[in-house]
Design a protein around this ligand. Structure first.
Ligand code: GDP
Length: 295
């Protein structure tokens, strides 16, 4: 991931390298290249524009024209601005409540069920929690089966109600069971659709209203670029979620979603999925991601 962006940004900084004294024109050319690199990474036009404008202002403020090593200073400014664009600080999920109730939302195929399994595994092995996974996709028996298989692989119980068509009832019953069995985290995997659909939104909203989750995570496939950002906006308008999970960052994603989501929905990315295996999950650290982008 980000290979292209990394390469293009490096090329743009080359314009400044080795020049003892640089001019405003050099800086403007570099910024043009940076903007082009962001657009090629599928970053929204307005975001790319305001990004380079912010970098330009900072560069002027830090007197980059008279810096000893102007290219290094520019790299630092771009690095800090990239980290800022992605949210600045790492923000963890809210695990208050006993049980902590986590609602997982997103389109079908985004990686919701896989993420639910990964999160359960992470909370169990790294935080000593006792999660309960809940299969609330009442339309696709295959999805319920998939969660059961995942649960078995990681040794986490899975709550299902065979034949039930009522996700609110399933979720409430699961929480009741969790209290009885001593599960301190309940992860509710909801039904997705291939595209935004009001029925799906109504259903997830109803589950949200009934269970009052401590955390709502929106899962989205990073390979879908600006579509990912648009979907995030629609889900957020409806659900007011707490954080984003970007999946498939191991694929040849151009990175646009990672760079744009924060400024469009103003919600932090909290996790990234980096593979199909159940331990391919990382917390999202904007600073580290900026390091990676700049190589
Ligand atoms: P759901 O319909 O939203 O529940 O999506 P699934 O969890 O079934 O995932 C859809 C497909 O994406 C499956 O083939 C997963 O193995 C795959 N997948 C999920 N997360 C990742 C990831 O981070 N990286 C890769 N490469 N594949 C993933």
């Amino acid at each position: 991931m980000f290979e292209n962006l990394n390469e293009k940004l490096e090329r743009s900084f080359k314009l400044l390298k080795g020049q003892g004294k640089i001019t405003e024109i050099n800086v403007a050319e570099t910024l043009k290249e940076v903007r082009r690199a962001l657009l090629d990474a599928d970053v929204n036009f307005k975001i790319a524009k305001s990004f380079t404008e912010n970098v330009r202002k900072k560069a002027l403020g830090m007197d980059v024209l008279n810096a000893v090593k102007p290219s290094q200073l520019m790299v630092k400014i771009v690095h800090d601005e990239l980290a800022e664009l992605m949210g600045g600080k790492f923000i963890d999920i809210n695990l208050k409540g006993n049980p902590s109730v986590i609602l997982i939302a997103g389109l079908q195929g985004s990686g919701k069920t896989t993420f639910s399994g990964k999160l359960a595994k992470m909370l169990k092995s790294k935080k000593g929690r006792h999660p309960l996974l809940v299969a609330c996709d009442v339309y696709r028996p295959a999805a319920i089966e998939q969660l059961k298989v995942l649960g078995e692989q990681i040794g986490v119980p899975v709550f299902t109600e065979d034949g039930s068509k009522n996700p609110v009832k399933i979720a409430l019953e699961a929480i009741r069971q969790a209290k009885l069995q001593g599960n301190d985290v309940v992860i509710i995997d909801t039904a997705g659709r291939l595209a935004i659909d009001q029925e799906m939104m109504n259903e997830i909203s109803a589950v949200k209203d009934a269970v009052k989750p401590h955390e709502i995570l929106f899962v989205v496939d990073s390979m879908t670029g600006q579509d990912a950002v648009n979907t995030a906006k629609e889900f957020n308008d409806r659900l007011d979620f707490d954080g984003v999970v970007l999946t498939k960052l191991d694929g040849d994603t151009r990175g646009g979603a990672a760079l744009s989501i924060r400024s469009v929905v103003d919600k932090p990315i909290k996790f990234v999925g980096t593979g199909e295996k159940l331990d391919a999950l990382d917390n999202f650290h904007p600073e580290r991601m900026a390091d990676r982008i700049l190589g």
